[in-house]
Design a binder for this molecule. Structure first.
Ligand SMILES: Cc1cc2nc3c(=O)[nH]c(=O)nc-3n(C[C@H](O)[C@H](O)[C@H](O)COP(=O)(O)OP(=O)(O)OC[C@H]3O[C@@H](n4cnc5c(N)ncnc54)[C@H](O)[C@@H]3O)c2cc1C
Length: 401
């Protein structure tokens, strides 16, 4: 009887505590899942709507890199600080684990004082980043509603992390099995990856090869075939059970991060994407974390993003403009400079962080790059539409809680 009363009291207390703590999240990508984990761990009732029946279905078991150069703090420490455990494949690669090839196929190895990036797998396999985050969300008590595509959100507070809406850059590649040892190869060459790069990532008998392009999308097959020929010319490679894939990323030159002070946008849906090279995972997770913090601590999401995400985002757009104007000659020069450095990490960090010259270039880059985003879905003000930003206070800061 006494036990029953205590149980009743605890349930009532929980109900009371959570009565104003219902949050809707749309999209179970790294952005939405990170937000969900943070909120659930802080006592919120989180309903996470995912249009597919599993996480990671936008991806294909391909390897991606969690970059480790843009912050002083190691990326694994950043993840630990924001409450994310490493329960997924996350393999460090330093400069000595790979090579870069320039436009004339000049071979370059860079030196690094720590890992250059952490290799992660994307998709629905058990070891993927997506599945790892899913497990952490479920352990924290997040209620994931599978197969539920949400086009509008009418709850008091919502976070939307539905990924890219348009293709500002595309990738074409394949995943395959191979007997090659763990390694990475990066190619910088406009003939195989216009204004971007191609990459090979090998980990424990599995590999990903892809070429990315920031322009001339209609010739993607041509660039991909050329890239494959170049790959075969620099390495003796066995390609077993290849499966082709394609993908795209979306960056806008001005992120739109909240609507009507109520819906907070995270990840690529908000425009958080590294405009230089498309390394968007860290942005997605950090913006998810800041959106959650803004709700938990009643902080202003816009202010958090201004302090921690915008400066790098703006610099990445300035860098994109610069990189696109270097052409193959410039890439050769850049690689040579990188090879001469004792440690490329601080040099890369310097380029990823804001400076006087980058601030000057930013407005030019802003005018130069018009996003390919066409917002078709809804035309009325103060709507609940997941996609559009037509609300009168579309750019207003957020203080929901
Ligand atoms: C080929 C390729 C290679 C890449 N390589 C790298 C890399 O090496 N390093 C790096 O940092 N980044 C890389 N990126 C970018 C990175 O993958 C993305 O920036 C990151 O996944 C964005 O996370 P997100 O949470 O914003 O969105 P997503 O990962 O796209 O997740 C969005 C989720 O929302 C769901 N969803 C969409 N609409 C709805 C709806 N209406 N209702 C319910 N659910 C919905 C989707 O199904 C999806 O699960 C790469 C991208 C591609 C395509």
């Amino acid at each position: 009887m006494y036990e029953c009363m205590i149980l009743c009291y605890l349930n009532l207390k929980k109900l009371f505590m959570n009565s104003n703590k219902n949050i809707t999240i749309v999209g179970a990508g790294p952005g939405g899942l990170t937000a969900a984990i943070s909120l659930a761990k802080n006592g919120y009732d989180v309903n996470l709507f995912e249009q597919n029946n599993d996480v990671g279905l936008r991806f294909n078991g391909d390897f991606q890199g969690l970059e480790n150069w843009s912050d002083e703090e190691d990326t694994l420490k950043v993840l630990s600080r924001i409450g994310i455990k490493i329960n997924f494949l996350c393999h460090p690669y330093s400069g000595s684990d790979g090579l870069f090839y320039g436009p004339k196929l000049q071979k370059i190895q860079v030196k690094t004082s720590r890992s250059l990036f952490y290799l992660v797998e994307r998709g629905s396999n058990g070891n993927s980043l997506d599945q790892g985050l899913r497990r952490q969300a479920e352990d924290a008590g997040v209620n994931i509603l599978w197969g539920r595509k949400l086009d509008s959100v009418d709850s008091q507070a919502a976070i939307v992390g539905t990924g890219p809406k348009a293709a500002d850059a595309i990738a074409k590649g394949m995943v395959f099995k191979t007997s090659l040892k763990n390694q990475f190869i990066g190619f910088i060459n406009n003939k195989i990856a216009p204004k971007a790069y191609a990459y090979l990532l090998v980990n424990n008998g599995k590999a990903t090869f892809a070429t990315c392009m920031f322009e001339d999308f209609k010739n993607e097959k041509l660039y991909y075939d050329r890239a494959l020929r170049v790959l075969n010319s620099v390495i003796d490679i066995d390609i077993v059970e290849p499966k082709e894939f394609g993908g795209f990323v979306n960056f806008f030159n001005e992120p739109k991060i909240s609507k009507d002070n109520r819906i907070l946008y995270v990840g690529e849906n908000a425009g958080f994407q590294d405009a230089l090279w498309g390394f968007g995972i860290k942005y997605a997770m950090l913006s998810g974390y800041y959106a959650a913090r803004s709700i938990i601590e009643r902080n202003n999401y816009d202010e958090l993003c201004k302090a921690y995400l915008y400066p790098k985002l703006q610099t990445s757009l300035a860098n994109r403009w610069l990189f696109a104007h270097l052409y193959n000659k410039g890439y050769s020069y850049l690689l040579k400079k990188m090879e001469a450095l004792d440690d490329v990490i601080p040099a890369l960090r310097k380029h990823y962080n804001t400076s006087f010259s980058k601030r000057l270039i930013y407005p030019i880059a802003q005018r130069w790059y018009k996003t390919r985003l066409i917002d078709k879905q809804c035309m009325h003000e103060h709507c609940d539409c997941v996609w559009c930003r037509h609300g009168k206070l579309a750019h207003a800061s957020s203080d929901i809680g």
